[in-house]
Design a protein around this ligand. Structure first.
Ligand SMILES: Cc1ncc(COP(=O)(O)O)c(C=O)c1O
Length: 481
């Protein structure tokens, strides 16, 4: 019996001992009926106290792995029939039994994962995450601490599916300040935008259904829609946003379950849908009775230009399901977002959320509530806008200096990305390896189309790079063309 204990480890010695004996038993190293050394003997061999051994043995007895036979000693329980690990294995061919949808979203996801996988030394334009160097960690730590002291253990118990009530109230108020007047029971706190989107899709889409998206669109949503077997119908955009002539045609031909749109600082294009286009979109959705799923993930990140109301704020016909998130405006690691939708629909989404995970982590919600209600969100947003505006400006300037004549791009006014279009004969994906060798990473445009188009496009995210890194990165990138 080989056991080694580490006196320097944070893990107490009795737990180290318990786990190592447990592993020996479970992997067949100590068969049922084997006798263990007495606690005195074991303590002597391992140079630890007898109490430590007794404590470890007690846990193993409680777990049913050891038995004490009076007057004889401690034995591995007889009833255990553990197999040696090398003998175990599976006769199931998992690859062949997963659904076609599982294969589709896995292949799609992994093809993106490989692109984003880069050395830390590379200048990576692949991320759309906020820059954690500007997070107010100390303020958040205090908020978490205060809220735990104030509310105590209830924050560690189960909570309500719809969300932590003070945060729900805060989000209602926050949305009101953006012109969205949610009624009671219309709001659900979720684990970030993605869970909201997943719950909404689950309630509206069956295998083979059609969903309309902008082309290009957010790759995360392509993955979710694919996992429910939806056919993605991409609608091209012009300088005002999704084209309404194409939308109407697609509605008539495809009878979609819903229209998914990111009207403000769209990912990947950075496009801000014009006010007229917003009105037209609502009117077409109304005319054909098709719900709109609005992704409002980063509409606060406006650096210049017009601020238009969200579709939800303009919707008087209960057409819009709005999904928002704290991921870009605050801390994505907390995984907190919200869905606000007409009550009759929300009823299904809330039940689905309950089935899925009961509720979003209460402690995270409480910490966020404390942080936001003390005004830190507003302060953080103000500071973030300043930082990201500088980065966008560095980006636009560097593109002007190095990429003019090689590609065209829209001068973004908000959000985290710039979308470059190259002449049709230039394909960006094959350039990835060369770019890596030069020390720079980007996302090829085809990732954002569900139909294989987009080969001559590229998305550049700038949120996590300093102006210097941006200038250097764009220069390196330009050398590829
Ligand atoms: C278009 C879009 N919506 C939403 C999100 C945020 O999702 P989540 O809140 O799940 O992190 C992202 C993140 O990249 C995004 O690009």
């Amino acid at each position: 019996m080989e056991i080694t204990l580490d006196a320097e480890s944070r893990k107490p010695l009795y737990l180290q001992l318990r786990d190592q004996i447990k592993e020996l038993i479970l992997t067949g190293g100590m068969p049922g009926g084997s006798k263990l050394p007495s606690s005195r003997e074991m303590a002597r061999i391992l140079h630890i106290s007898r109490n430590t051994v007794d404590e470890a043995y007690r846990y193993l007895i409680d777990d049913g792995l050891l038995e004490v036979h009076r007057g004889k000693g401690t034995f591995v329980a007889e009833g255990l029939h553990m197999q040696k690990q090398e003998e175990s294995g599976t006769r199931i061919c998992w690859e062949s039994i997963v659904t076609p949808a599982a294969n589709r979203y896995t292949q799609y996801r992994e093809s993106i994962g490989r692109i984003q996988h880069g050395d830390r030394k590379l200048i990576s334009f692949t991320s759309l995450a906020p820059d954690h160097n500007i997070f107010s960690v100390e303020a958040f730590r205090k908020c978490m601490n205060d809220v735990l002291v104030r509310e105590g253990s209830v924050l560690l118990n189960y909570g309500y599916t719809r969300g932590y009530e003070p945060l729900r109230k805060y989000v209602y108020g926050y949305l009101k300040s953006k012109g969205i007047y949610g009624k009671d029971q219309e709001l659900l706190i979720v684990n970030g935008f993605r869970q909201g989107m997943e719950l909404v899709t689950k309630a509206l889409v069956q295998e083979g259904d059609r969903v309309i998206c902008e082309a290009p669109t957010y790759n995360g949503v392509i993955g979710i829609l694919q996992s429910y077997g939806a056919e993605i119908v991409g609608i091209d955009m012009d300088e005002e946003g999704m084209r309404m002539d194409l939308l109407e045609k697609a509605i008539l031909e495809k009878r979609p379950s819903f229209i998914y749109t990111i009207p403000t600082y769209q990912n990947p294009t950075g496009m801000n849908m014009s006010l007229n286009r917003r009105k037209e979109l609502l009117s077409i959705a109304d005319q054909y009775g098709i719900p709109i799923v609005e992704d409002g993930f980063n509409e606060e990140l406006r650096y210049r230009g017009d601020a238009f109301p969200s579709l939800k704020a303009m919707d008087h016909k209960e057409l819009v399901i709005y999904i928002g998130s704290f991921s870009k405006i605050l801390f994505p690691g907390l995984r907190v977002g919200w869905v606000i939708a007409p009550e009759p629909f929300m009823h299904y989404v809330v039940n689905s959320k309950y089935n899925e995970d009961i509720h979003t982590g209460i402690l995270h919600q409480a910490g966020l509530y404390e942080f936001c209600s003390r005004g830190y969100l507003e302060r953080h947003l103000r500071y973030s806008r300043k930082i990201y505006r500088e980065r966008l400006d560095a980006m636009l300037e560097a593109l002007d200096n190095y990429m003019k004549g090689k590609a065209v791009w829209m001068k973004g006014a908000g959000g985290f990305s710039i979308w470059l279009e190259f002449p049709p004969h230039i394909q960006t994906r094959p350039l990835l390896e060369k770019a890596k060798e030069k020390g720079v990473l980007f996302v090829p445009g085809d990732v954002f189309f569900a139909d294989g188009r987009g080969g001559n496009f590229m998305r550049l995210g700038f949120s996590r790079l300093t102006p210097n890194q941006i200038r250097k990165g764009i220069k390196l990138l330009s050398e590829l063309f």
